[in-house]
Design a protein around this ligand. Structure first.
Ligand code: F6P
Length: 548
């Protein structure tokens, strides 16, 4: 394995470095568009309902060809095929990576360790659909016989961000007679605020944890059980009607006191940040109903199939991944902004932060060698127009290169009033205007022509050349959401493959978790905790002093 060349030592990498050096000072978008009248049509890739325009990028045909050569040299498609085949490509955890099996059709055959996993996937989906149907119809009642009106998902990381994001995204498709809350933070304030106005007799807790050992989740679930029992007169039997679990770990679920008959299973070949289309999506399925959930899975599948079948030069996740590599590794960009022009996607970027940064925030390669090349970028952003009035200034005129994705929809959701629907054009006008302003800026001559006093010209000049991808779909439907998520999943995969890192482990979060367990007793007793560094020991002492 150690004879695998490091990506930065490959001739294809050097070719890109030379190309970058030839093109400095940076390719200019005005010139690139002037040189190629068909650029706006040619630099578009379509997948499912998504139209992905990458014409406003600092690339030309040669850049793209060189990037595709790098993908070929680093065998991105070979690793892709190994992933879809169920090989153990998560080498440090010795696991298959098969989130794509979660949306495979019933008759597909996908094997992990020689066993077809598809029947089990559909068996769980069917159980989820049955349960979701019983909650939605009122057939499943709480301990006192009252109908369930509130669903509280308790989970963190991948067991929270996905369902919370998708619930927001698809709110217009949700059963509005049910309330949904998502509790993740071990700060007791999170659970307190989530349940303070709820009737325990009408509340279902979904405890979502792949491992069922995550301290934040188990702590919150324990407190939720106390809250429930206090509200229902202390009868332990109530737990069975008000708690269900989503996990891979039946033993721990049972230890916690949840009947495994009320557990919806998934498997170790589903990474936490790739899990919301598994049982982890139960809260979402209750919210939007099983049919819409399946539409969402179909959307994921459209992009999976495209990723497998589309030729490299028209392969959307491949192109998006490679464009990111171009900026990250050759143009020194350190971050990537994701800016949805949809209020419903308010949690989309937070979700992508885990997907991307937990996957590709690595500094050794697959062979354990320290990387000498940049890996995953900082991913950040909020819904577009809000960002415009906050941090877009830096994107437009700051000193940093920040490639951005602008995501928008041609139609607002159907349930808005006519007056609110009419606002949609203004929203989208902002998206288009920002893409144009970022790319083409405003020259000093154009500023002067407006009669601006000379001393102000430099301040009002926009250099442009700020790259964006524009992703446009007709409407934010369950299928389109699935398509978007699968697009980003595979984009992250592509980058991890090029960088030769394991995108599917997350050892970096372990040290802090272990230390927190060690530090906690030190906060509540006067005992000395061995192993604290002097700075942390002083902080702990200051904390102890103040908490009295
Ligand atoms: O933050 C680390 C992590 O392991 C994530 O990868 C995962 O999504 C999250 O914790 C929650 O884990 P679990 O679902 O096992 O509670």
């Amino acid at each position: 394995m150690s004879d695998v060349p490091e990506p930065a030592r490959r001739p294809e990498w050097t070719a890109l470095e030379n190309h970058r050096a030839d093109a400095l000072p940076q390719p200019d978008l005005r010139e690139l568009f002037a040189a190629d009248p068909s650029r706006a049509q040619r630099y578009v890739v379509r997948v499912g309902d998504l139209r992905i325009d990458y014409s406003k990028h600092l690339v030309n045909d040669e850049t793209l060809a060189l990037l595709l050569r790098l993908a070929e040299a680093t065998d991105v498609f070979g690793l892709r095929d190994a992933m879809f085949r169920g090989e153990r490509i998560n080498t440090t955890e010795d696991r298959a990576v098969l989130h794509t099996a979660l949306r495979a059709p019933r008759d597909a055959v996908i094997e992990a360790d020689g066993e077809n996993v598809v029947p089990a996937v559909h068996a769980v989906l069917d159980r989820m659909a049955d349960f979701a149907g019983r909650i939605r119809s009122g057939e499943w009642t709480g301990h006192t016989g009252k109908r369930i009106r509130n669903v509280v998902n308790i989970g963190i990381g991948g067991s929270d961000l996905g369902p919370a994001m998708a619930y927001e995204a698809l709110r217009a498709y949700t059963d509005r007679s049910l309330a949904f809350r998502f509790v993740s933070n071990v700060d007791g304030a999170d659970l307190h605020e989530a349940v303070r106005d709820l009737d325990p007799a009408e509340t279902l807790f979904i405890v979502a944890s792949k491992t069922f050992t995550t301290i934040e989740t188990i702590t919150n679930a324990t407190s939720a059980r106390s809250w429930l029992l206090a509200g229902l007169g202390g009868d332990e039997k109530a737990v069975a009607r008000h708690f269900v679990a989503l996990s891979t770990n039946a033993e721990k679920v049972s230890d916690f006191g949840i009947d495994t008959a009320n557990m919806f299973e998934f498997w170790d070949w589903v990474g936490g940040r790739y899990s919301y289309d598994s049982a982890i999506g139960l809260s979402l399925m209750i919210a939007i109903g099983p049919d819409r959930f399946r539409e969402m899975l179909d959307g994921f599948r459209i992009v999976d199939e495209h990723f497998v079948n589309a030729p490299a030069e028209a392969n959307a996740p491949l192109l998006m991944g490679l464009l990111g590599v171009w900026y990250n590794n050759f143009l020194d960009a350190q971050s990537h902004a994701v800016l949805p022009y949809s209020h419903y996607l308010s949690k989309f970027t937070a979700y992508l932060q885990q997907l991307d940064m937990e996957s590709n925030g690595k500094s050794v390669d697959r062979q354990g060698r320290p990387v000498t090349w940049q890996t995953g970028p900082v991913v950040w952003g909020t819904p577009g127009t809000n960002g415009q009035h906050a941090y877009y200034q830096l994107i437009h005129q700051g000193t940093k290169l920040i490639p951005a994705d602008l995501i928008g929809f041609a139609r607002p959701v159907a349930e808005l009033s006519d007056e609110l629907k009419a606002q949609h054009d203004l929203l989208m006008a902002n998206l288009f205007a920002q893409g144009q302003a970022l790319a083409f800026g405003k020259t000093a001559e154009e500023v002067r022509a407006e009669g601006v006093p000379e001393e102000q010209v430099p301040h009002r000049t926009f250099r442009g050349n700020r790259p964006t991808t524009t992703i446009l779909a007709a409407e934010l439907t369950p299928s389109v959401l699935g398509q978007l998520i699968a697009l980003y999943e595979h984009k992250v995969f592509v980058q991890g493959a090029v960088w030769n890192i394991d995108s599917f482990d997350q050892w970096g979060v372990e040290l802090g978790k272990a230390l927190a367990k060690q530090v906690e007793p030190a906060l509540t007793t006067d005992a000395d905790v061995p192993g604290l560094d002097p700075s942390t020991a002083a902080l702990v002492a200051a904390y102890r002093e103040r908490r009295k």
